[in-house]
Write a protein that binds this ligand. Structure first.
Ligand code: C2E
Ligand code: MG
Ligand code: MG
Length: 733
């Protein structure tokens, strides 16, 4: 290794990356003399005002290693014959294929006159020049080198251009999605750093109207990270502050080691991004930055517009509270702490709205919004997430069952009026580390709210994951049941009542059926409780009532006199204030005598509110409608209550006739019920008679009527009519 060449190398290697970095030239030759003479010939030369720096290798292997470390070498002056005859050519192959370096220019040099690589080889390896070392004059060498450097530079620029444009296209696509300014600002810094090839660090400030107050840091990365949200005026670094101000005042970007890009906007606001760039920004990059600024300015305008639109969407215009969108995004941004989300539904709001005018409804909502706001501290988010549904998000000790109960207990002042309100609510409790997916949490809270509305009106239900599935299934079934009612997939079948002595048909029980769209039957024991809990049982019950009465009136017209139609009435239906009136009107509308109708109530009705029930039963009885207590013996009604109630009949549950409660033919309970009936002067009917043996025993015990598969299954209307026809007056067997 030649000493001064060595020094030269040291010098070039030590050269800092500045505004005009040197062109890197790699000399590869196994002869030290060649290195010395080459460097001598080129010493002090500049190409396009940039100096030359030399790297030196004495074998192909060493060269390859150097190239791996210095991907920015512009030109290789390459000896052909070194450690092997083709070492040079092989190195060319490695550069192009192994290193994938297509930009570097290669000038082959040979010491052997007459040796020239095949044309094919030159083309194949993309060798750019070929020179004989012996005849290399310094001017020739420089000319070839300058040509090679320039074409290297062009290739690199094209590459940079292509890569940069690709980056910008990608960034534009990514950042043009509708999103908030903040996200856009973060994205711009990230993409700008990528485009400049620098570490992810920078600031982005937006000014609403410049000059004027209000320019603030929208996004910051790296060492500036905690400057986000700061006013431009209060930035701790005066230089950065001045740079931003200069850019906002001049409406133009600053490009250099401190780069501050200006993004013009058509809506009077402006945005600027500040980064520090340690390397020179050439023409290509400068041009790319312009394109970038233009594209991002459009994205900025869109985002500003979006923000405006969002602002509208994020706020409820009636109450000024955050809307459902706003609420969701606030959930998303919630700090990691033990919070509670609550959804509150105003029970019976639609009645208020319908009964009075909508303006009154609006003022009720505003009053409730105010009440909510004043009941909770500022740490609690209060939102209006639906018509009459409000959302709360806040610390668990404030947003709690007790907190909500306190609120419901207060009367609501609307103008001069004072309303009592009932709120059903659903709660979701969050731990500090509960993953926040606002949509999911909102859905869970909605589920809890729905449960409250259906099963615990006026109360609070706290979401529990274990219950979610069951609740979801029930909700699903309820939804399908509602559809079934409108799509007429519900129908009524009739099971005959038989006089156990004469075996005549004396009546029938109307039983509801649901056949789903796929043709399967859902047993009433499964869907009726769900309908009852949801309030859907009332319209369904009305509908069953009408079907049964219509059928009864047809049978009456056919001459079946003295026939009684029994209708199952569930508790919720019976408790409706207008139940008695509705039934009596329907009986009248179908031109039936009230005696033709029997209401079956379960024992549990009786324990509810004896006074109310007695009144209603008396009213029914006064008109001649019969009342039976269904499933007698399975409930908890005290004998005392049964004694007080004005009922006609006890219906022995099938469990005591053919069910599991009958073991070894022991009819003990049935016997007790029959005795009780006799004592109370009530009639009896036994359900679930399946065998002649059961029929016989019940008959012997003095049971009057019966129903069961022994006589007939529940039948659709035509079959029932045929059954009646066949049995009319004819005792069985
Ligand atoms: P329920 O009122 O006690 O009705 C008698 C049930 O016993 C019916 O079941 C009937 O099909 C069944 N059954 C009749 N004979 C026999 C028999 O010999 N063996 C056996 N194993 N079962 C027999 P279904 O139709 O499944 O109805 C079940 C319950 O659903 C009814 O019990 C009633 O509580 C309720 N339900 C049915 N329709 C209505 C309705 O329209 N409204 C109301 N509120 N409840 C209804
Ligand atoms: Mg019944
Ligand atoms: Mg029953």
């Amino acid at each position: 290794m030649v000493d001064d060449a060595f020094e030269f190398k040291e010098e070039s290697a030590a050269q800092p990356a500045g505004w005009s970095p040197a062109w890197q030239v790699l000399i590869v030759d196994d002869e030290p003399d060649v290195h010395a003479s080459t460097i001598m010939a080129l010493r002090g030369q500049r190409i396009d005002d940039r100096p030359l720096a030399f790297l030196q290798a004495y074998s192909a292997a060493e060269a390859l290693q150097l190239l791996r470390q210095h991907p920015d070498v512009a030109v290789v002056l390459l000896d052909v014959v070194m450690e092997s005859e083709h070492a040079g050519l092989e190195l060319v192959g490695q550069i192009r294929h192994e290193l994938g370096n297509r930009a570097i220019r290669i000038i082959l040099r040979t010491g052997q006159p007459g040796f020239a690589p095949e044309l094919q080889t030159i083309q194949h390896y993309d060798i750019n020049d070929y020179k004989s070392k012996a005849y290399t004059r310094s001017v020739d060498l420089f000319t070839s080198l300058a040509t090679a450097v320039r074409s290297y530079h062009q290739i690199r620029q094209l590459e940079a251009n292509r890569n940069g444009l690709e980056l910008i296209v990608k960034a534009t696509a990514e950042l043009s999605q509708p999103r908030g300014l903040k996200l856009l600002a973060q994205g711009i810094i990230r993409q700008l750093c990528a485009l400049l090839g620098i570490h992810h660090e920078g600031l982005l400030a937006a000014a609403v109207a410049w000059p004027g107050p209000g320019a603030r840091i929208l996004a910051a990365a790296g060492r500036y990270a905690d400057w986000v949200g700061q006013d431009l005026q209060s930035l701790p670094d005066p230089h950065i502050r001045q740079t931003f101000e200069q850019v906002f005042v001049s409406n133009a970007s600053l490009i250099g080691d401190v780069t501050c890009l200006y993004f013009p906007s058509t809506h009077g606001h402006a945005m600027a991004a500040y980064v520090r760039v340690a390397h020179p920004i050439d023409e290509v990059l400068r041009h790319l930055l312009e394109v970038f600024c233009g594209n991002m300015a459009i994205a900025f305008d869109n985002a500003a517009l979006y923000e405006k639109v969002s602002e509208i969407a994020f706020q409820d215009s009636l109450t000024g509270l955050p809307s459902r969108h706003g609420f969701l995004s606030l959930i998303d941004e919630r700090p990691a702490q033990a919070d509670t989300i609550a959804l509150l539904d105003f029970d019976g709001f639609s009645d208020v709205n319908n009964a009075l005018d909508q303006a009154f409804g609006d003022s009720v909502l505003c009053a409730l919004a105010q009440q909510l706001r004043s009941n909770f501290s500022q740490a609690v988010v209060v939102a209006r997430v639906g018509g009459d549904v409000f959302g709360l998000l806040g610390p668990a000790d404030e947003v709690s069952v007790q907190g909500i109960a306190r609120l419901s207990a207060q009367p609501l002042s609307v103008g001069s009026a004072s309303l009592r309100i009932s709120l059903s609510s659903g709660l979701v409790q969050l731990e500090a580390d509960t993953p926040t997916v606002a949509n999911h949490l909102f859905r869970d809270a909605s589920l809890a709210l729905k449960q409250a509305k259906m099963f615990n009106r006026g109360k609070t239900v706290t979401f529990q994951p274990a219950l979610a599935n069951a609740a979801r299934d029930r909700m699903h079934m309820l939804h399908r049941l509602r559809e079934a009612l409108t799509a007429e997939r519900l129908f009524v079948v009739y099971q005959p009542f038989i006089d156990l002595v004469s075996e005549r048909v004396v009546g029938a029980e109307a039983l509801l059926r649901w056949r789903t769209e796929t043709g399967e039957f859902v047993p009433p024991d499964r869907f009726i409780p769900i309908a009852e809990q949801s309030g859907l049982m009332v319209p369904i019950g009305d509908w069953v009532m009408k079907c049964a009465l219509r059928f009864a009136s047809r049978l009456a017209r056919q001459g079946h006199q003295g026939f009684r139609m029994a209708i199952n009435v569930s508790n919720v239906q019976f408790r409706e204030p207008d139940f008695v009136d509705k039934l009596l009107q329907a009986i009248q509308a179908h031109e039936l005598p009230a005696q033709a109708v029997e209401v079956e109530l379960t024992e549990s009705v009786a324990v509810d509110d004896v006074t109310m029930i007695t009144e209603k039963l008396s009213a029914l009885r006064a008109h001649g409608v019969a009342v039976a207590i269904d499933d007698f013996g399975t409930g908890y009604s005290s004998l005392n209550i049964i004694r007080q109630l004005p009922v006609n009949r006890l219906k022995i549950d099938r469990a005591f006739v053919s069910g599991s409660a009958v073991q070894g033919g022991d009819f003990g309970i049935a016997e007790m019920v029959i005795n009780l009936s006799n004592h109370l002067k009530l009639e009896t009917i036994a359900e679930g008679i399946e065998t002649p043996e059961q029929h016989r025993k019940l008959l012997a015990l003095g049971c009057k009527d019966g129903q069961g598969f022994l006589f007939s299954r529940p039948l659709p209307e035509p079959e029932f009519e045929a059954f009646m026809q066949a049995r009319l007056g004819a005792p069985r067997s």
